[in-house]
Design a protein around this ligand. Structure first.
Ligand SMILES: Cc1cc2nc3c(=O)[nH]c(=O)nc-3n(C[C@H](O)[C@H](O)[C@H](O)COP(=O)(O)OP(=O)(O)OC[C@H]3O[C@@H](n4cnc5c(N)ncnc54)[C@H](O)[C@@H]3O)c2cc1C
Length: 396
């Protein structure tokens, strides 16, 4: 019987990992299935562009995996039973169950509401394609001078506010920040950011925690009312509750607690990568939810799975966060390097070069999904337990 590897989620982490595993393990003794709710590979890093009305091309997952041997199951993951090693799925063809020998959990994240009243009912977000499309429709119906409030001064909030203001200068765009805009950037990068906000005419409400969202306004903690025909909630990501509900050991964030090889600390048949993994980086801190972390963690997870199945030593891949690339619309950007303690270095890159770099990163991330083994050995490896290899047990 073949070893069944099931990958949950085909985002940056899952899609890359599935392609990588399929190209490096022999189909003679492994069977790889990917479960994803959407038929396309969704580049989440571009969803604010989609929301404001730009047209993006989505690649079909069926094309991404064509010829690789990966089986694609378009369905929603409803639950996992790690004791029986099964995944419950629900799709167009009804409910079903998939059995696995090794599971790679990469279901990503969605918007974090933080329990703020009115967010679930009235706010929009850009964390998933369906929510970005809902926002796109709402914004398309907003006339000249329409008020849009982006809540959150993190990377997604900054990218969203600047993209919206540049692409739709007819709108009145504002951003609510709990602290100071770009407080975590180096002084020069912060100045650059503030100049970009001024140039794009974005109003910034600093020290303004939003405590309630209503249909046409948002209420700050001090009682200030900010007009907002559209509120875009960008106050962080939250992981799906599936992992916690299934009995896997999770952190307070709901992310799966993994060891250095991305293996679940409670269930050795389960690995996690991307936003849903609680992985400690080389600086001793949890890796941030980001595309870069999705890259490091899925590379480490696939390397560990391949090594353990083929009976070789598990290699370690780097888990180091280098910096933030922040787009400020299509014509400006900031690249802020950070040190080992995730503090901004004084050096930063801004303007055209940073814009070009960010465009390259976005393109590269999409390209790598289709070429997951670029630069790696082409040889497909047999399992240590394959019967024609003497059925040696895979290394633990
Ligand atoms: C607007 C925006 C801009 C961003 N910009 C940057 C940036 O510049 N740099 C950066 O590093 N990061 C950025 N990020 C964050 C980055 O996109 C995420 O950290 C990254 O997508 C995580 O990858 P992942 O594979 O873990 O999850 P995802 O890319 O979210 O993939 C998860 C996959 O699982 C599927 N899925 C989810 N639930 C289910 C289910 N129940 N059943 C079946 N399938 C399911 C989804 O459809 C998806 O295909 C940005 C995010 C957003 C929203």
């Amino acid at each position: 019987m073949k070893h069944r590897i099931v990958v949950l989620g085909a985002g940056y982490a899952g899609a890359f990992a599935a392609g990588n595993l399929a190209r490096r393990l022999s189909p003679a003794d492994t069977e790889i299935t990917v479960v994803n709710a959407e038929p396309d590979f969704v580049e989440r890093m571009r969803l604010h562009q989609l929301a404001i009305g730009q047209d993006l091309a989505f690649r079909k997952l069926a094309d991404v995996f064509a010829g690789t041997g990966v089986r694609l199951r378009l369905a929603r993951v409803a639950g996992i039973d790690p004791e029986r090693r099964t995944v419950a799925v629900t799709g167009e063809d009804g409910d079903g169950e998939l059995a696995y020998d090794t599971l790679l959990y990469a279901l990503g994240s969605s918007v974090a509401h933080h329990g703020v009243p009115g967010v679930a009912e009235y706010a929009f977000d850009v964390t998933g394609r369906s929510s970005a499309l809902r926002l796109r429709e709402r914004l398309a119906g907003l006339g000249k001078g329409g008020t849009v409030l982006v809540v959150g001064e993190g990377l997604t909030g900054i990218e969203t506010a600047t993209e919206f203001a540049e692409f739709r200068p007819d709108l009145s765009v504002a951003l609510a920040a709990r602290g100071e805009l770009g407080a975590w950037l180096s002084p020069k990068a912060r100045r650059h950011l503030r100049q970009a906000f001024d140039r794009l005419g974005i109003t910034v409400h600093e020290h303004t925690g939003i405590e309630a969202v209503e249909p046409t306004r948002a209420m700050a903690a001090d009682g200030t009312s900010i007009p907002a025909e559209v509120t875009v909630w960008s106050a962080g990501f939250a992981v799906h509750p599936i992992a916690a509900a299934s009995g896997l050991e999770v952190a307070g964030t709901g992310q799966i607690v993994v060891d250095r090889t991305m293996r679940s600390v409670s269930h050795p048949d389960v690995y996690a990568a991307g936003d849903c993994a609680y992985a400690i980086g080389e600086n001793g801190r949890p890796l941030p939810m980001s595309c870069a972390s999705a890259g490091y963690t899925n590379m480490q997870a696939t390397a560990a799975i391949i090594a353990r199945l083929t009976g070789s030593e598990v290699p370690t891949t780097g888990l180091k966060y280098h910096g933030n690339h922040i787009s400020l619309g299509r014509r400006d950007a900031i690249f802020q390097m950070v040190d080992g303690d995730v503090r901004s270095k004084s050096w930063y890159l801004g303007g055209r070069t940073a814009t070009w770099l960010k465009a390259g990163i976005l393109k590269g991330a999409g390209w790598s999904i289709v070429h997951p083994t670029f630069g790696m050995p082409k040889r497909k490896r047999r399992l240590a337990t394959a019967p024609d290899r003497g059925g040696v047990r895979a290394a633990a």
